[in-house]
Design a protein around this ligand. Structure first.
Ligand SMILES: [Fe+2]
Ligand SMILES: [Fe+2]
Length: 482
C-alpha cells in the first residue's frame, strides 16, 4: 500500500490512493478516461494540442517541493488522483457531529447532500477550461501562454479529483454524475454549466487575468470550506487542490499588475498625467486604467453571485451535517456549531442597504463571501502599490457588494459601485461608466495580438519579474512546432 505521500506513476492514472489494489474504482476511472481525453482534445486549448509545454506535474503531495517541471504535450499530461496525507486521529471539526471521528465512508443520511457538493464543485473545473480554450491564439507571450495551459491542465486535474470521489464513494450514481460532468458545456443553450459565472465568456487576456484573480479565488474559498469537511477523503482532496489553486491566483494577480505597470510606464513616457485621458492613453497601445477598473467591477460582481444566497438553508444544512465548514474553521474560536450565534447580513430595506443580524447558521454563504472580499482586497492592494510606486493618484477599488448582482439579496435592485441605489433609468444611463461597454471590449480585443518570440511581450503588458522555475527571460516556455 502507498504511504500516502508517494505518487504511483505506473498505471494509466497516477495516484496516491492505492488504485493498483482497488480494481473496481480503477476500472471505473479507466472507463471514464477516454471520454475525458476526448473532451480535452475537443474542448481544451484550441490549436496547441501537439505543442510541447513547460508544465509542472505533481511528484508528491507534501508541502515542500511537490512539483517537477518539464516539457509535455498537453493530451499526454499525467492527470491523476492526489490527496493530501491523512491526519492521524482527525475528528469532525464542526456541526452536529463535532468531535466524532472523521468519516472515511459516506454517511448514509448525508449522501445526497454530499454528492451535490461534489458535483457543483466538479462542474466548475472543466467549465473554466472551456471558457479559456481560444486564448492561446492571442497569448501576449510564451510565458503567459504556458501559465494559461498550466491553469488549464490543473483544472482538468481538479475535475479528476471530484470524479474520483464520485466514482469511489457513489457507485452507479457517481458514474452517471461523472459522465454528466463531461457532457455539460460552458455557455451551451441546452446543457450549460451549473453556475452563472462559468457560462460567461473569457474572450481576452484581461478577462482571463480577472477571472483567475476573482473567480479562481472563489474556488479557493469553496475548497477551503470543503477542506474542513468531516468527510475525510473530501478534506484531503481539497487540501491538495488548494496548493495548485495558489498558482492560478498568482497568474491573475501578476497578470493584472503587469498590465497596470505597462500602462503607467507608457503614460509616463508620453507625459500623460490624467488617467481619464482615455483616447490618448489607448493610442499608446495600452489599456487605460478606468477600463481595468470596469473589468474588475464586472468580474468581482459576477463572482460574488457564486456564493449563492446570503441566507441559505442549504449552507446551514451542509454545516450542521459536518460536510462544509467555514473559511479557516480550524483557526476560528467559537463553539463551531453556531446554534445560538448571529451574523450580520447586508440587505436592502426601504430604499437603503442595512445590516441585520441573522442566525449565524443561515448566514454561512454571507460569511464566506465576506472572507472572500477581504482576501481579494489584499490582492487589489498589491495592484495599487504598482500605481503608488508610479506616482499616480489612481487606485483600483472593489465595487460595493450590491453592485450588478443577479443572485441573493440585491438581485432586484440596481446600485452604483458605491452602493447607492439607482432607478432602472439611472442604471441604464450610468451602466457603461461602471461596466465595460461594447467599445471598451472592442478596444481590448484590438490589442490581443499574439507575441510568441521567446522573451517577447505584447505592448500592453510588462514582462514578469521572475521566470517559471527560475528560467531565464528568453526561455521558450512553449515549443509551438510539433
Ligand atoms: Fe480548480
Ligand atoms: Fe483554479
Amino acid at each position: 500500500m502507498p504511504d500516502g505521500t508517494q505518487i504511483d506513476y505506473n498505471g494509466l492514472i497516477p495516484n496516491n490512493v492505492g488504485l493498483a489494489d482497488d480494481l473496481r474504482v480503477r476500472k471505473a476511472l479507466e472507463t471514464w478516461h477516454p471520454g475525458y481525453i476526448d473532451w480535452w482534445k475537443t474542448m481544451g486549448p484550441e490549436g496547441f494540442q501537439t505543442s510541447s509545454v513547460f508544465l509542472r506535474t505533481a511528484v508528491g503531495v507534501g508541502s515542500e517541493g511537490w512539483a517537477k517541471f518539464g516539457f509535455v504535450r498537453m493530451p499526454e499530461y499525467r492527470w491523476g488522483v492526489l490527496l493530501a496525507p491523512a491526519v492521524e486521529g482527525r475528528t469532525i471539526p464542526f456541526g452536529a457531529h463535532k468531535g466524532e471521528p472523521a468519516w472515511q465512508e459516506v454517511p448514509g443520511e448525508y449522501r445526497a447532500m454530499l454528492r451535490r457538493l461534489l458535483v457543483i464543485q466538479g462542474d466548475t473545473e472543466p467549465a473554466s477550461v472551456e471558457q479559456q480554450r481560444y486564448l492561446g491564439a492571442t497569448a501576449p507571450s510564451l510565458y503567459d501562454m504556458r501559465n494559461l495551459f498550466q491553469v488549464n491542465v490543473e483544472e482538468g486535474r481538479h475535475l479528476w479529483a471530484m470524479v474520483y470521489l464520485l466514482q469511489k464513494y457513489f457507485g452507479r450514481d457517481g458514474r452517471e454524475e461523472a459522465d454528466d460532468l463531461l457532457r455539460r458545456r460552458s455557455g451551451h443553450q441546452d446543457t450549460p454549466r451549473m453556475l452563472g459565472a462559468f457560462n460567461e465568456q473569457t474572450p481576452d487576456w484581461l478577462s482571463f487575468f480577472m477571472f483567475t484573480f476573482f473567480t479562481d479565488r472563489d474556488g479557493k474559498m469553496q475548497l477551503a470550506a470543503l477542506a474542513q469537511s468531516g468527510f475525510d477523503p473530501l478534506s484531503r482532496t481539497c487540501r491538495f487542490m488548494l496548493t495548485e489553486e495558489a498558482h492560478h491566483m498568482f497568474v491573475g494577480e501578476t497578470g493584472i499588475a503587469r498590465t497596470i505597470q505597462r500602462t503607467v510606464e507608457a503614460m509616463q513616457a508620453a507625459g500623460i498625467e490624467d488617467p481619464y485621458d482615455i483616447e490618448r492613453v489607448r493610442a499608446l497601445g495600452v489599456i487605460d486604467l478606468p477600463t481595468i477598473q470596469k473589468k474588475a467591477n464586472l468580474h468581482f460582481s459576477l463572482t460574488l453571485d457564486l456564493f449563492g444566497n446570503e441566507i441559505s438553508t442549504n449552507a446551514a444544512n451542509a454545516f450542521n451535517a459536518g460536510l462544509k465548514g467555514r473559511y479557516r474553521e480550524d483557526k476560528l474560536e467559537d463553539d463551531h456549531q453556531l446554534t445560538s450565534l448571529f451574523y450580520p447580513v447586508m440587505r436592502p430595506r426601504d430604499g437603503a442597504i442595512v445590516k441585520e443580524d441573522v442566525p449565524a447558521l443561515s448566514a454561512l454563504n454571507m460569511r464566506l463571501r465576506d472572507d472572500y472580499v477581504e482576501d481579494a482586497l489584499a490582492g487589489v492592494g498589491r495592484w495599487n502599490r504598482v500605481l503608488e510606486r508610479a506616482g499616480t493618484q489612481f487606485r483600483i477599488t472593489l465595487p460595493h457588494v450590491a453592485f450588478n448582482r443577479r443572485i441573493g439579496e440585491f438581485n432586484a435592485i440596481h446600485t452604483d459601485t458605491r452602493g447607492n441605489i439607482l432607478t432602472d433609468q439611472e442604471w441604464l444611463v450610468r451602466r457603461e461608466t461602471m461596466l465595460p461597454s461594447v467599445s471598451d471590449n472592442e478596444f481590448i480585443a484590438s490589442l490581443m495580438k499574439p507575441s510568441w518570440a521567446p522573451g517577447g511581450y505584447a505592448g500592453w503588458i510588462a514582462p514578469p519579474r521572475h521566470g517559471i522555475d527560475n528560467m531565464p527571460g528568453d526561455f521558450e516556455y512553449v515549443r509551438l512546432e510539433n
